[in-house]
Structure formats: structure tokens, C-alpha cells
Design a protein around this ligand. Sequence first.
Ligand SMILES: Nc1ncnc2c1ncn2[C@@H]1O[C@H](COP(=O)(O)OP(=O)(O)OP(=O)(O)O)[C@@H](O)[C@H]1O
Ligand SMILES: [Mg+2]
Length: 245
Amino acid sequence: MAIIEGINLTKRFGGLVAVNELSFELNDREILSIIGPNGAGKTTLLNLISGVYYPDSGKLMYKGRDITKLGPDARCKMGIGRTFQILSPLPDLSVLENVMVGCLFGRGGKISISEARKEATKVLEFVELSEKADYGIESLTTLELKKLELARALATEPEILLLDEIMTGLAAHELDEFLPLVGRIREEGISIILIEHVMKVVKKVSDRVIVMDQGRKIAEGVYEDVAKNPEVVKAYLGEAYESLA
Ligand SMILES: Nc1ncnc2c1ncn2[C@@H]1O[C@H](COP(=O)(O)OP(=O)(O)OP(=O)(O)O)[C@@H](O)[C@H]1O
Ligand SMILES: [Mg+2]
């Protein structure tokens, strides 16, 4: 059964239709990747799911409930967690404190500061960043910043996690370290929507892939099939064409 479902979602920015009549389903414990060329509407779709934007038309159902009109805070507290394409750690807080913010915010203020500290410590262990717990943000490498972004999202205790290009910009050896985390998150029972430009990653971790181009869904299926789809190949011409194969 779908844990979250979008039905005919449309989002316009002035005359531009960033997401156009798009429907999708995410099943329990599934890793669904959204791919497509720059400007295809991937981040906008994620923003519709997390409540940053409301659709101009269409509907979002989460665990059987219509959440189309709920704000981002309410959605986060219901279990929809996300990372941001532009990383946004709080610069004056330590690594641990940044994760504590996720714990306190995501659970609606229902836990104490000391409980949040304990929980945040566990999350940092999970993403293998414990040794940097008391460091400032400025001392982190790109890989560590990405792990922190992931930890902040995990700290909100999501049931579904939306990852926006969390692995883009990582070197090959860093990807090898980061990628297993995605699988371990799913093993925790969390369903994942992944936006990613790194096709090697998409191929490796996705159960299913949706391809977007100019706001529309142009293909859907297992990676091997969508990568061969002529419309997909055409959409990628001049971009990541070779990396699709
Ligand atoms: N807040 C906004 N105001 C106006 N236009 C926007 C806004 N956000 C996105 N757009 C436009 O909507 C389209 C889709 O953008 P979006 O960021 O969703 O694409 P994307 O698939 O995530 O691209 P990328 O791979 O570059 O991250 C683009 O043409 C973009 O310029
Ligand atoms: Mg984007």
C-alpha cells in the first residue's frame, strides 16, 4: 500500500508550470528516485510533498489522510522529513546541537533538552559522525556536512524521508561511505524519495525511478527500463546522457 500518494499535482510559478499534473505513489519501505535534467521540477515536487509550497491543483494523501492543505511543520511532525539541496546547518551551534534542534522540532516539543541530547547522540552514531559531536560547523568536510544534514532530518523521526541531492558533489570514495547509510535508513523502516543526479547511485539503491522533464512525469519503472526509454534518453541529451547507461 502507498504510504504517500500525489494525485495530479500542479505547481506554477507565474507562467511556468514547474510540476505539471504529476501523480506518484511511494510504497512502504520503498526507495523511489526522482531523476530528470536541471529545471525538470524535482525540487519543486519535493517542496510540494514537504509543504514548502501548496499545489495549484491536485491532492496529497499521506497514510490515507488528505494533507494537501497542511503546513510544513504539521507534515514534519506527522513523519515527513527532508533534507535541503542547499545545506543549511545553524552556524552558531555545534554538530550535536544542530541535531538536537531536529529532535526538539520534529517531535513537537514533547521531549526535554536532556532527552533530545541523548537522541541526537544516537542519531550521530547512526550516521557515523559521533567524533565531531562537539565541533563547530565550520570544521566539517563536505561529506560530514551531508551526514549532518541527514542526521538533522533523521532526528525528526520521519516515516518517509525526502533526500534532495544529498550525495551530489561527493567524491567516489565519499559516496562509498555515504551510500550504505541510505540502505540502513530503509532497514529502520523508513520509506525514501531520493532526488539524485549521480546515476551510479540511482541505479544502485532505487527500487523504482520516476523521470521528470519540464514538470511532467515522462517515465516510471525500474532503473534498467527507464534508462532505455527513448523519451528519457532524449530528455537527457546534452546532459548526463552517457552516465545513464
Ligand atoms: N520559487 C520559484 N520561483 C520561480 N520559479 C521557480 C521557483 N522554484 C523553481 N522555479 C523554476 O521551476 C522550474 C523547476 O525548478 P526545480 O528547482 O524544481 O528543478 P530541479 O529539477 O530541482 O532542478 P535541479 O536539477 O537544477 O535542482 C525551473 O524552471 C525553476 O527555475
Ligand atoms: Mg533541484
